[in-house]
Design a protein around this ligand. Structure first.
Ligand code: UT7
Length: 333
């Protein structure tokens, strides 16, 4: 079996910054203190009107290709994880991106697992390299949830931001790369976090628009509990299954949904604060893009050293969650 690692990372954040103060100034019944204390978020990025998911994905993908030292002709497969595609039904955002990147003779498809999208796409893409069928797979995770939140709902709009992250998956030295991936789903909790209408169950109508049922609805408290109770035990199991202990973890990279969730998870996993990567204060919850964005930032800062054990953990609507354990380095093949 071929070892598969992350050999390039990239990111893109829209230029427009919306601070907590900006949200207060929109007239919402909230405060900068409440938002920061309850979520850890200070500001988030919001895509300008003329920027779509594929535009953000393109920038992150180019960044990752450059970082990996690869050209578009080196890529054998493109996977885009998103729940906010450019077009509701088709074509896929992956096909739009494939064309813009000039990828030729490759498969390209979208994958939908909400905020867990990157973890699912990473796991899926890695299989093609692991089997020897493909050399380089490009995974791009992008979300533009600012288009799907009610900017008058103080419990939702404060949380989300837009952005894209990307990784290149390629062969690495033996015993490096992705050591273990575990995917989970629990559809009986689907209604905790959903966009209730606008799909095939209830097609768009004037009534739906008036009721804002085409926008995100969330039982925040229940999602909070579900998140902590699901991914924390799964991280413990995965670490054990990989033959490692919690002390072996050099970096923990959780989905950035709420700083309190991250802190609680770190506490339960007995991880030192300096091992936990956090950027939620700058970007809010960028959904499936959050883990690859933070990975790209950490790599640019030169944080990861050869042999470091990195545990990535995603969770989100569906309900879905996932854990990927990676040994960094070995990029000499
Ligand atoms: O990507 C995965 C998906 N999302 C998540 O993981 C989100 C998980 N949940 C959360 O992050 C938190 O539940 C929230 C940040 C959404 C809410 O924080 P909370 O501490 O769980 O607050 P709560 O929902 O229990 O609400 C407490 C109070 C309520 O008022 P009452 O009923 O006690 O009078 C809310 O109406 O806080 C109120 N509230 C606010 N007050 C000021 C809710 N949002 C705001 C706000 N400003 N922005």
């Amino acid at each position: 079996m071929i070892s598969v690692g992350i050999t390039g990372t990239g990111k893109y954040l829209p230029e427009k910054v919306v601070t907590n103060e900006d949200i207060v100034n929109m007239g919402l019944d909230t405060s900068t203190e409440w938002i920061e204390e309850r979520t850890g978020i200070k500001e988030r990025r919001v895509a300008e009107e003329n920027i779509s998911s594929s535009d953000m994905a393109f920038e992150a993908a180019e960044d990752a290709l450059k970082d990996a030292g690869l050209d578009s002709e080196d890529i054998d497969l493109l996977i885009v994880s998103t729940t906010t595609p450019d077009y509701q039904v088709f074509p896929s955002t992956a096909c739009l991106l494939q064309d813009r990147l000039g990828l030729r003779n490759v498969g390209a498809f979208d994958l939908s697992a909400a905020c867990t999208g990157f973890s699912y796409a990473l796991t899926t893409g890695a299989q093609f390299v692991k089997s020897g069928d493909m050399k380089n797979v490009l995974v791009v995770s992008v979300d533009c949830l600012s288009r799907f939140v009610d900017w008058t709902d103080r419990s939702i709009c404060i949380l989300f931001g837009d952005g894209a992250g990307a990784v290149v998956l390629s062969e690495v030295d033996k015993d490096y790369g992705i050591l273990l991936s575990e995917l989970y789903s629990q559809g009986d909790a689907a209604d905790l976090l959903m966009v209730p209408a606008g799909g095939s169950r209830r097609m768009m109508s004037m009534d739906i628009l008036e009721q804002k049922e085409n926008l995100v609805r969330m039982d925040g408290r229940a999602v909070f509990k579900m998140a902590v109770n699901s991914f924390v035990p799964s991280v413990l199991n995965a670490v054990k299954k990989a033959g490692l202990s919690l002390d072996d973890i050099n970096y923990f990279v959780p989905h950035q949904a709420n700083l309190r969730i991250i802190d609680l998870a770190a506490q339960k996993l007995k991880l030192d604060k300096n091992k936990v990567l956090i950027n939620i204060q700058k970007y809010g919850n960028t959904s499936s893009a959050s883990i690859p964005i933070i990975m790209a930032e950490a790599k640019r800062e030169g944080l990861f050293k050869d042999g470091d054990i990195i545990v990535m953990a995603g969770f989100g609507a569906g309900f879905t969650w996932a854990v990927n354990i990676l040994r960094w380095g070995g990029i000499n093949v």
